[in-house]
Design a protein around this ligand. Structure first.
Ligand SMILES: NC(=O)c1ccc[n+]([C@@H]2O[C@H](COP(=O)([O-])OP(=O)(O)OC[C@H]3O[C@@H](n4cnc5c(N)ncnc54)[C@H](O)[C@@H]3O)[C@@H](O)[C@H]2O)c1
Length: 420
């Protein structure tokens, strides 16, 4: 495994694996490293664990010479290393950069003159320069002189069939202008458009800005949804009307809360950094508060619906449909469905769920029973709450098949169904 390869991808998840696939398809020689033996075993056996990357894709990767490893000794001699490890929050809700630090330490121990190192993990401005660079320079080599260093945010949208790694413009910010040039040349081999940022910091900020923009605007429509309900206004129709404006308005949809690895987490990296400076990022904090309140609001609305029919949540049979964080993918990270079930349980509801992508689901280590027979479950539940309109539901679930239906995503907003 010591022959030189064009690229070593560190962290073979939702970001790293599609990157590896794209690079291989463009003719680069690629190797992958991941700390998870399960991930590595699966990939080397031809099995994908990521939505949007099929087993056939893995077979093609393998046929092109791609191998995955969790053995640091198999690091080899890559010309470029791209780090795509998770950047979660820790137990007290603060940025947890331990995986970035761990992966960077490994790269530092194997760093060679001429290598290009790129961080793709989402993080606050300054991480590449203040945290990653010093670790790499412990090798005795200097960034910008002996090796290239850059940050390039990943903008992958799991489940998006139109935009992937290749046709989504790639932002690149280098530690020096030479590093930027080098990283741009590298990505240009498999990405159609590469955009230069002024430095690593602007590239880091661009990603957090994009996600904070979504977080804040989702909070805005969530607040509008709660207010519109009180006012007897159909917000979904109002959004459709506002969207006809050809300039100055971008539509966002309300929902039962935000999920996934990005929107609920990335803005908090920035608000943490603001706090460290003795400053408060008020809008981010408020947006988080509003989005976090949505599962409770959904359950309050559900309780009111039942009450209008003389029933209470306690002992009511509630069927929850779609528990992933977005439609038609299996990723459950940070899904608001967990909080919805917590609140339903607190009220004593008898909860079951259905999701074509999730065969087993536990909240707080207590399994949520699966409704094997969807039609029977729709018929017998006192209330069905749709959290995610996976495509199989779209032609199948409507008010006529249920006793009571609550659509938290507005798919049925133009029908006689309760919507958020
Ligand atoms: N998922 C998305 O939609 C998305 C989009 C844009 C950016 N990002 C960002 O990209 C980064 C990676 O996210 P992801 O969704 O791919 O995560 P993921 O959990 O799907 O995959 C990360 C992989 O890294 C591995 N890993 C953890 N620590 C490691 C280490 N020290 N060395 C090597 N491998 C290690 C894990 O085993 C896992 O397989 C995060 O910073 C995330 O915020 C994610």
């Amino acid at each position: 495994m010591s022959e030189p390869v064009d690229l070593l991808v560190i962290g073979l998840g939702y970001v790293g694996l599609p990157l590896a696939r794209e690079a291989v398809q463009a003719g680069l020689s690629v190797r992958g490293f991941d700390v998870s033996p399960r991930v590595v075993r699966g990939l080397n056996a031809g099995t994908s664990h990521i939505d949007g990357v099929s087993d056939e894709d893995i077979a093609q990767l393998r046929a092109a010479g791609f191998t995955a490893t969790c053995d640091e000794d198999n690091f080899g001699a890559p010309r470029a290393v791209v780090v795509c490890v998770p950047t979660p929050l820790d137990d007290v809700g603060q940025p947890d950069l331990s995986k970035v630090i761990g992966a960077t330490g490994m790269v530092g121990r194997r760093l060679r003159r001429g290598m290009l190192v790129v961080l793709e993990s989402t993080t606050f401005p300054g991480t590449t320069d203040n945290i990653v660079r010093p670790i790499l320079e412990e090798s005795g080599l200097r960034a910008g002189e002996d090796f290239g260093l850059a940050f390039s945010p990943e903008r992958i949208d799991p489940g998006n069939g139109e935009y992937g790694v290749r046709n989504t413009p790639k932002i690149v910010g280098g530690y020096t202008s030479g590093c930027t040039r080098r990283a741009m040349e590298f990505y240009s081999r498999f990405v159609v458009k590469v955009v230069a940022a002024k430095s690593t910091r602007e590239a880091e900020m661009a990603k957090i800005l994009e996600n904070t923009y979504r977080q804040v605007n989702i909070a805005l429509v969530n607040e509008m949804a709660m207010l519109s309900h009180e006012l007897g206004v159909d917000l979904w129709n109002a959004i459709d009307c506002a969207t006809t404006k050809p300039f100055g308005f971008a539509p966002f949809q309300p929902g039962p809360g935000v999920g996934g690895h990005c929107i609920p987490i990335d803005p908090l990296y920035l608000s943490y950094q603001a706090r460290m400076l003795g400053w408060r990022s008020q809008l981010i904090d408020l947006a988080q508060e509003i989005n976090d309140s949505m599962p409770r609001y959904v359950v309050e609305r559900a309780a009111r619906m039942l009450l209008r029919h003389g029933a209470e949540l306690t002992d009511s049979r509630v069927l929850v449909l779609g528990v992933t964080y977005k439609a038609d993918i299996s990723d459950q990270r940070e899904s608001p469905a967990d909080d919805v079930v917590r609140h339903l349980r607190t009220h004593g509801a008898d909860v079951t769920y259905h999701d074509p992508y999730v065969g087993h689901w536990a909240v707080d280590d207590v399994a949520v029973p699966y409704a094997d027979d969807l039609d029977a479950a729709l018929r017998t539940a006192d209330l069905t709450v749709v959290l995610q309109w996976h495509s199989p539901y779209r032609e199948h679930v409507d008010g006529s098949r249920t006793r009571m239906l609550f659509d938290t995503r507005g798919w049925l907003a133009d029908r006689d169904v309760a919507v958020l």
